[in-house]
Write a protein that binds this ligand. Structure first.
Ligand SMILES: [Mg+2]
Ligand SMILES: [Zn+2]
Length: 163
């Protein structure tokens, strides 16, 4: 089984702006992120993004907007030699009823673990909200809470993530 690093998106990979991010001009990949992910990839970790995108459910933006941003993220990382294993997002808004995929729900982590044969106990989830950590813990994945927009590379280099 593979070990994975599950990654929240906004505030971990790209700058958390304090509002929804769905246009390329708003999507700023944080410094050191490609380098950090490459280290994790070289350690054999699957790299899986798990993100809540309730702006779809509220009608603020569409699936195509999210796919465009994720396509850009994948290409930008690929330019640095990093292949994201997969990107999962919850499109639902809680006002329209509870779903199982919106973090702190764990459905998207469970899907990824099943599809890619990921060992929960050997994996971590990095997020800037309590709900990221809660989603991970509920399926036996270690959750690491970081500050929004905190540099990722030091966490990787001091082995907080790999430990
Ligand atoms: Mg976040
Ligand atoms: Zn959902």
């Amino acid at each position: 089984m593979r070990r994975a690093v599950f990654l929240d998106r906004d505030g971990v990979l790209n700058r958390e702006r304090g509002e929804h991010t769905w246009e390329l001009e708003q999507f700023e990949i944080l410094p050191g992120v490609p380098e950090a992910l490459r280290v994790l990839q070289e350690k054999g970790r699957a790299l899986v993004v798990i993100t809540n995108q309730s702006g779809i459910g509220s009608g603020l933006y569409g699936h195509d907007d999210v796919e465009r941003v994720h396509g850009y993220l994948r290409r930008m990382l690929a330019d640095h030699g990093v292949q994201l294993t997969d990107v999962y997002y919850c499109p639902h808004h809680p006002d329209n009823g509870k779903c199982l995929c919106r973090k702190p729900g764990s459905l998207l982590l469970e899907k990824a673990m099943a599809r890619y044969g990921i060992d929960a106990g050997g994996s971590v989830m990095i997020g800037d909200r309590d709900r990221d950590v809660e989603a991970a813990r509920s399926v036996g994945v270690r959750g690491i809470r970081v500050e929004s927009n905190e540099p990722l590379l030091p966490l990787v280099l001091n082995r907080t993530i790999l430990g």
